[in-house]
Each structure stands twice: as C-alpha cells, then as structure tokens.
Design a binder for this molecule. Structure first.
Ligand code: 5AD
Ligand code: FES
Length: 353
C-alpha cells in the first residue's frame, strides 16, 4: 500500500511540480527500490522532453585552493594546515581554456576557495581576456560569497553564470556545518543578489551531511523551488580525513540519485550535473546520475599538477588524468547510458544574453 501511495506522490510532483513539505519528507524517508526506479523513469521522460538525449559538458578549472572559510566538511578549509596550497596564474588559466576549447568545451567554470589574491582587478582582467579570446564561450564563476557590487563587476566584465551552493536551507543546520562567523543569511542573500544582477545561477547541497534529516532535505527542495535557479549541483557528502567531520559517515549514492530524480520532476528545465562526488563513491555513479535525471557533466580541465591539491574530500576521482583522457572516458560513459555529449554553451532553456 505504501508503494501505491508513493507512486501517487511522484506522479503528483510531476504534474503539479511541487509537493508540500510533509509529502516530500515521506517520499525521501520511505521509498523502495522499485519506487526509486519509477521516479527515475519519470525523470528521464521529463528530461528528454526538454533536452532530448543531450548531455552538456562544462570544463572545470580549479583556480585556487586557498580559502578564508572554514567549513567543517571541506578539505581546503583554512584550518587544514596539511593542505598543499596553490593558485593558478592568469596564463595557466588561459592555457587550460585553450586546451578545453580544442577539446570542444564552450563553458569554462572557474572554481576556487575564497582567495583574497583574486582581487576584482585580477578577476575582471581575466574574464575580459577569456571572453576576448573565446567569444563563443560562457564563463561560470564559483568563487564563494562576495558583495553584490563585486558580483556586478564580474558580470559587467562578461561572466555569464555563478555557482554557489546554499549547502543547507536551514540556518540551524548551517550552523552545525560551519563556524559561527559564517552566516547562513549572508549566503542566501548572495544567491538573491546574483539572480537580481542577471546571472544564470546555480545552487545546491550535499546529501548525507552530518545532522541532515529527511525534513532538512525537504526544506532544500522548497528553498530551490522558491529561488528558481537555473542549475542545482548535488552530490554525496564524502568525509575528508583532515577535517572535523573525518569520522562521520558519508552520503549514499542511493539517496543522491533519488534527490536528483525529485529535482528533475520539480523543475523540468533545470541543469543538473551528475557530480564527481557521486562518481567517487560509486564507480558508475555519474552514469546512474544521468539515468536518474541529470543532464550535465563537468570534467576537470585543471593542470594535472594541481589536481590532487584541490582536495575537497577523500579519494576524489580524475586527479591523475589529463583533460583529454577525462573527456574520452566521459564520452564513452555517457554513450553507454544512451545519451550523447552536446558541444556548445548549453545555456538554460530560453536564456538570452
Ligand atoms: N564532500 C562532498 N562535497 C563537498 N564539498 C565540499 N566539501 C565536500 C565534501 N567533503 C562541496 C560543497 C561545495 C562544493 C564546491 O563542494 O558543497 O559547495
Ligand atoms: Fe576523468 Fe573518467 S572522467 S578519468
């Protein structure tokens, strides 16, 4: 009987694109493998209606692992004295873009810790330079919290998109994952600022962080519905040995996949990456993510010499490979799912700028 009820809730989510909190909690906390498969089949139908068989690629360039923040889960937190710090020069970043461009990428994601070295002048110079050399490419930034004025400068210089995971929609839970001086309200404000400026915005959260409950995941769903981002990045929490959460257990692929399916039904046009963290805890996690509703992959374009240093969690995959190897590997993996790589900017549906 529970099964029929859950299938009804999944159908209701597909039709009305929302559930109340109680129903989300019920689905997240109590579902069978069969019900998950039912959800994934609906999610694939919905994603194929919007995106066909296309999977968008983004080239990820990890520009710095210096970070002023101290998130309890993250391996590059500032209190981790064992982290081997690096930052890329503008020239090194441009070399990554060149290689990425040759491999067919038309989106570059520059991600890094909150590193004060990257001043507004350095960043806007870099953004203008990339746009001048690769005018048909989109630039995505993922560099943490800034003031609205600063986000505006990067946008004016040519940045198209910004990724900033909210991490958890619940302020109390946020305070259990971060030191007291990190503010949940400020993080949420950043997301609204980015939207107001006109960025295509990505947010997201980890699945299976310490203290997370089905109720908190339901709050994440409702927050995302309210924010209406263009992208949502979710992956399992994976413990890092040199953090306060070293001995906590990680998130499961099963629940991560289920959340991906729910997101696809709630917001059919979302860009949903099948993340490296998911591929780390399950050898075929990224393929399973695509089959649960995800439609984006973000292969690493960082120089091989720094890949091991961008060490957010233990056992991260793809840290020994050349960019071209990752692209080949992913093309094969994507083809095996019945989907195919689509080269191009891969903007959110209907987006113009
Ligand atoms: N496990 C999984 N994901 C992590 N992130 C940071 N640390 C971890 C970890 N230990 C995620 C955060 C951040 C993104 C860049 O990486 O959600 O926003
Ligand atoms: Fe990097 Fe497979 S994607 S080796």
């Amino acid at each position: 009987m529970i099964m029929a009820n859950n299938e009804k809730l999944i159908t209701q989510l597909e039709e009305s694109r929302i559930l109340n909190k109680e129903d989300f909690v019920h689905l997240i906390a109590h579902h069978t493998e069969e019900e998950a498969q039912f959800l994934f089949a609906r999610a694939r139908t919905v994603r194929e209606r919007v995106f066909g068989k296309s999977v968008y690629l983004r080239g990820l360039i990890e520009i710095s692992n210096f970070c002023a923040n101290d998130c309890y889960y993250c391996g590059i937190r500032r209190s981790n004295a064992t982290a081997d710090r690096y930052r890329l020069s503008e020239e090194e970043i441009l070399t990554c873009c060149e290689e990425g461009y040759r491999l067919g990428f038309r989106t570059f994601v520059m991600q890094g810790g909150e590193d004060a070295y990257f001043t507004d002048d350095i960043l806007t110079h870099l953004i203008r330079n990339i746009k001048a050399r690769f005018p048909d490419c989109a630039i995505t930034l993922s560099l943490g919290e800034r003031t609205k004025e600063r986000y505006q400068k990067y946008f004016d210089a040519g940045a198209d998109r910004y990724l900033l995971r909210h991490e958890t929609a619940n302020a109390q839970h946020y305070s259990q994952l971060h030191p007291a001086w990190m503010s949940h309200a400020r993080r949420i404000q950043c997301l609204w600022d980015l939207k107001e400026i006109g960025y295509q915005v990505g947010t997201g959260f980890m699945v299976g962080t310490p203290y997370q409950t089905a109720e908190l995941l339901a709050e994440d769903m409702l927050f995302i519905k309210e924010l209406q981002p263009q992208m949502v990045g979710i992956g399992p929490f994976v413990p890092h040995h040199a953090t306060p959460f070293a001995n906590e257990s990680g998130g499961t692929a099963e629940l991560t996949l289920f959340m991906l399916g729910l997101l696809r039904l709630m917001m059919p046009e979302l860009l949903l990456p099948s993340t490296t963290a998911l591929g780390t805890i399950d050898k075929t996690g990224r393929e399973k993510g695509l089959l649960a509703g995800a439609n984006v992959v973000m292969p690493n374009l960082s120089p091989v010499s720094v890949r091991k240093k961008y060490d957010l969690y233990d056992n991260k995959i793809c840290t020994g490979d050349e960019s071209a190897q990752c692209v080949n590997c992913l093309e094969i993996r994507i083809a095996a799912t019945g989907y195919r790589v689509e080269l191009g900017r891969g903007d959110a549906p209907g987006w113009k700028r």
